[in-house]
Design a protein around this ligand. Structure first.
Ligand SMILES: CC(=O)SCCNC(=O)CCNC(=O)[C@H](O)C(C)(C)COP(=O)(O)OP(=O)(O)OC[C@H]1O[C@@H](n2cnc3c(N)ncnc32)[C@H](O)[C@@H]1OP(=O)(O)O
Ligand SMILES: O=C([O-])CC(=O)C(=O)O
Length: 370
């Protein structure tokens, strides 16, 4: 038995949800470029769960279910108010999603229909939870979801209590489409491992949120913004990045386990970042990001991943840094739950082996002789 560090290159399951072949990402066979251009996030969620694009009636019915399920239990809001203020929003989200299961009588029901229903519920309720966490941390009351609004519109509305602009809704919707699924990434793998024990879907999503939180995965988008803030002004950029590279520090938002020649989602986020900057008459963040890309790609050959330009996109949409990774979760929960449904449809417990590297032939020594 020989272990492969980080399971690089190991094919651990079959899946018909998304694929990455020669740098091209597809959801259920549809190129991400095509979906980013034309599909709404709700259509994409339907596609991931049910394997086909919805008809107009199917989409209408999904939108209604998402809207009906969007309110969260008042007991959960009361709990969130008790969370300490110093914890990260991802820690709060992880706890809140785990607690959400306590208020769902269907939580442990393992039929396919019950799990599909819970997938829709989780998708509907994650945005409400994230917006509530954000407002409560600022000492504000949560805003109830707006009936009939899309996930993107509703999230922006619940975050501020104000009607978002059409531009902001469109940009966030496209970002959600781009983040929805990504084959066997770390958080999706965590979700599949959890439910493969026949544990429930809430446990699977809670595991996934825990995995997404780390800065090597979804947490990188927040780390990118921290780096841009630390650098502050374009005149300091070159020296600051060079220093990081000289110190062999990782530049957040660059590199990827699977893409070695560039992430196909980054160009969409880069374009969005540029357009939002031009619209706001302030392209500073976009220009700084482009300059960082020039330096890092030039010197290390590393390309930006999905997290890099999303940082400047979200900031230009006036979204707080601490919500960047939770927004990733709002999108990726569609993929996580699609993978959970796929795992459960043909389940086998996931239990690989470890190559033992510790001492052998040890003899027990009584405590007084150690
Ligand atoms: C949604 C997502 O999860 S996308 C990824 C988000 N994460 C980040 O942006 C964090 C920064 N990036 C990274 O840490 C890595 O590139 C990962 C975690 C994405 C991929 O990790 P791995 O596949 O294990 O790549 P690995 O760490 O082996 O990198 C190969 C080499 O490139 C270097 N490298 C990789 N990423 C970076 C980076 N962002 N900055 C500087 N150097 C890097 C490594 O140090 C390593 O160099 P070495 O061979 O001299 O030791
Ligand atoms: O696939 C990965 O390793 C990371 C990820 O989730 C993504 O890029 O969207």
């Amino acid at each position: 038995m020989t272990a492969t560090k980080g399971l690089e290159g190991i094919v651990a399951t079959t899946s018909s949800i998304s694929s990455i072949v020669d740098g091209v990402l597809t959801y259920r066979g549809y190129d991400i470029d095509d979906l980013a251009e034309h599909a709404s996030f709700e259509e994409v969620a339907y596609l991931l769960w049910f394997g086909k694009l919805p008809t107009a009636d199917e989409l209408k019915s999904l939108r209604k279910s998402l809207s009906d399920y969007a309110p969260i239990p008042s007991e959960l809001i009361a709990q969130i108010k008790l969370y300490p203020k110093h914890i990260s929003t991802m820690a709060a989200l992880r706890s809140a999603v785990s607690a959400l299961a306590l208020y769902d009588e269907q939580a442990d029901e393992m039929t396919e229909a019950a799990n599909e229903n819970k997938a829709v519920k989780l998708q509907a309720q994650l945005p409400t939870i994230v917006a509530a966490i954000s407002r409560i941390r600022k000492g504000q009351e949560p805003v109830a979801p707006k009936e009939g609004a899309s996930i993107a519109e509703n999230f922006l509305y619940m975050m501020t209590g104000e009607e978002p602009s059409e531009t902001a809704v469109k940009a966030l919707d496209q970002a959600l489409v781009l983040h929805a699924d990504h084959e066997l990434n770390a958080s999706t793998f965590a979700a599949r491992v959890t439910v493969a024990t026949l544990s429930d879907i809430y446990s699977g999503v809670t595991s996934a949120i825990g995995a997404l939180k780390g800065p090597l995965h979804g947490g990188a988008n927040e780390a990118v913004m921290k780096m841009l803030d630390e650098i502050g002004t374009p005149d300091r950029l070159e020296a600051a990045i060079q220093e990081k590279l000289n110190n062999r520090e990782k530049i957040m938002g660059f590199g990827h386990r699977v893409y070695k020649n560039g992430d196909p989602r980054a160009k969409h986020l880069q374009k969005m970042s540029k357009e939002l900057g031009e619209m706001n008459n302030d392209t500073r963040l976009y220009e700084m990001s482009v300059k960082i890309e020039e330096i890092v790609t030039g010197q290390k050959g590393l390309k930006p991943n999905v997290d890099f330009y999303s940082a400047s996109v979200y900031t230009q949409l006036k979204i707080d840094q601490e919500l960047f990774t939770p927004i990733f979760a709002i999108s990726r929960v569609s993929g996580w739950t699609a993978h959970i449904l796929e795992q459960l449809a043909d389940n086998r417990i996931i239990r690989p082996r470890a190559e033992y590297t510790g001492p052998t032939d040890q003899k027990y020594v009584s405590i007084d002789l150690r």
